[in-house]
Design a protein around this ligand. Structure first.
Ligand SMILES: NC(=O)c1ccc[n+]([C@@H]2O[C@H](COP(=O)([O-])OP(=O)(O)OC[C@H]3O[C@@H](n4cnc5c(N)ncnc54)[C@H](OP(=O)(O)O)[C@@H]3O)[C@@H](O)[C@H]2O)c1
Length: 422
């Protein structure tokens, strides 16, 4: 135990130890937000302490060092931050209990299992990411069917995967330094060993990191492409969006408006989400899909018919939209969530209406358009920064709640983007 350790010596000890273990200097010396207090203690924002702690835990041999947290405090004047006050370094404490294991949710015979495994050694060209956010998406349900699709099914007994964001805590890749924030596709785990070629460095200064999984991620890109390329919105159009309070839908209504739509109609489940469509997400009219007859409600909400339909639901929603479509209308077939969990054959809407009205129905898979991110970001980033693109998140904490989040998104438990904070 080093009594009364000053902040300077604490930082020096951490730095020297980590440097001796081959960890690069900038992360240690930066310690963003750390400040010395007059009484010789170091105040470290939790986010930084977590990073520091992981660095120590990852880089030091078991049982060599530990930080003693003397006191924790929530500083009322800084609501966004929790701080820990650290005043000691305990060289005797074993770290074995604290060594990071990543816990992996696997698809096993009995649905899902949370497992713990030791983090493997990094190979040349790989990075170790401490994930901070993971995305929960309806398409993941399709990967749980053993059927050929645009993306292979999940394997039984193997970790699930999906989009995630995290901070690099060790790197054997010249292109991505420790401390960088990256987005990658090895989510559903707390730590990911990722090939640097499979990670994209993201800038989390102007927007929260989670935005890169929501409005700036593939969900935002899906809404943008659906309405600009797959079923382009023209000036004066009436646009209908289903699952309109969800991740894609909450952005889509606002994009339709920017593209010159004269009337934007959305449907969502339940009174609270339906109310948000008009008060927050820029819709002119909202339909509660759980109340009344959908086709009738749509006819009332769009009395002059609809020109563009962004379909996230399929089934009864596509049927009602085909009925309401104006001649030469355009439908972006983005998803069909009403059937994702179905156990029997799905009802197919009568497509003869598409022939007689000369409609265009076009599908899309956003993964085939990732080269459009720069174009999309150049538009969406300013909208987010000036506050005119309004977004919501539904956040569950901890990997142990990831499956709850997954079933929630299939049931409509989310408003805006469904995320798990790790
Ligand atoms: N093609 C692509 O590349 C691509 C990319 C991203 C997303 N997608 C698709 O786009 C859709 C939306 O994705 P998202 O990530 O933005 O999810 P989301 O809309 O945030 O969440 C799904 C929403 O679907 C609604 N829903 C669930 N079951 C329904 C049912 N039986 N009938 C009507 N609505 C139902 C629920 O909202 P309410 O209860 O409020 O209705 C639920 O919150 C999904 O179909 C997804 O697969 C496709």
């Amino acid at each position: 135990m080093i009594d009364g350790t000053s902040s300077t010596s604490l930082v020096r000890l951490v730095r020297d130890t980590a440097l001796a273990s081959g960890v690069s200097a900038p992360l240690i010396t930066a310690l963003p937000g750390a400040t010395s207090l007059d009484d010789d203690r170091l105040r470290i924002p939790l986010t930084t302490l977590g990073r520091l702690w992981e660095l120590l835990a990852y880089s030091l041999p078991e049982g060599t060092a530990g930080l003693r947290v003397a006191e924790s405090a929530r500083l009322g004047s800084m609501p966004a931050w929790d701080y820990l006050l650290v005043n000691g370094v305990d060289l005797g404490d074993a770290l074995s209990e604290s060594l990071p294991y990543h816990r992996v949710v696997t698809a096993a015979e009995e649905h899902f299992t949370l497992t713990e495994v030791r983090i493997p050694e990094l190979a040349e060209g790989q990075i170790l990411v401490r994930n901070t956010w993971m995305s929960v998406d309806p398409y993941m349900r399709g990967r749980m069917d053993d059927a050929p699709s645009y993306i292979p099914p999940f394997e039984l007994g193997a970790p699930l995967e999906g989009s995630a964001i995290g901070v690099v805590i060790a790197s054997r890749a010249d292109s991505i330094p420790v401390g960088a924030h990256v987005s990658h596709f090895l989510g559903w785990r707390e730590h990911s060993v990722v090939d640097a070629t499979g990670a994209v460095v993201v800038d989390i200064d102007p927007v929260p990191a989670s935005a890169h999984l929501g409005p700036l991620g593939t969900t935002g890109l899906t809404a943008y492409l659906a309405l600009t390329e797959i079923a382009p919105v023209n000036e004066g159009d009436t646009v209908y969006v289903s699952a309109a309070a969800g991740a894609v839908g909450s952005v889509a209504g606002q994009i339709a408006r920017r593209l010159g739509a004269a009337r934007v109609v959305g449907s969502a489940g339940g009174p609270e989400k339906t109310a948000l469509l008009t008060t927050e997400f820029g819709y002119d009219a909202a339909i509660d899909r759980r109340e009344g007859d959908l086709a009738k409600s749509l006819a009332e909400a769009a009395p002059d018919g609809i020109d563009v339909y962004l379909d996230s639901v399929g089934g009864d929603h596509l049927d009602a939209a085909l009925e309401a479509m104006n001649p030469r209308g355009r439908v972006a077939l983005v998803g069909a969530i009403s059937g994702y969990n179905a156990t029997g054959p799905l009802a197919v809407p009568d497509l003869y209406r598409a022939a007689t009205k000369e409609l265009s129905l076009r599908g899309m898979i956003v993964g085939h358009y990732l080269d459009r991110f720069p174009e999309f970001h150049s538009k969406a980033m300013p909208w987010l920064l000036d506050g005119t693109l309004r977004t919501r998140e539904t956040v569950l904490d901890g990997l142990e709640n990831a499956t709850k989040a997954f079933f929630g998104v299939l049931d409509g438990a989310n408003t805006g983007k469904m995320l798990v904070r790790l």
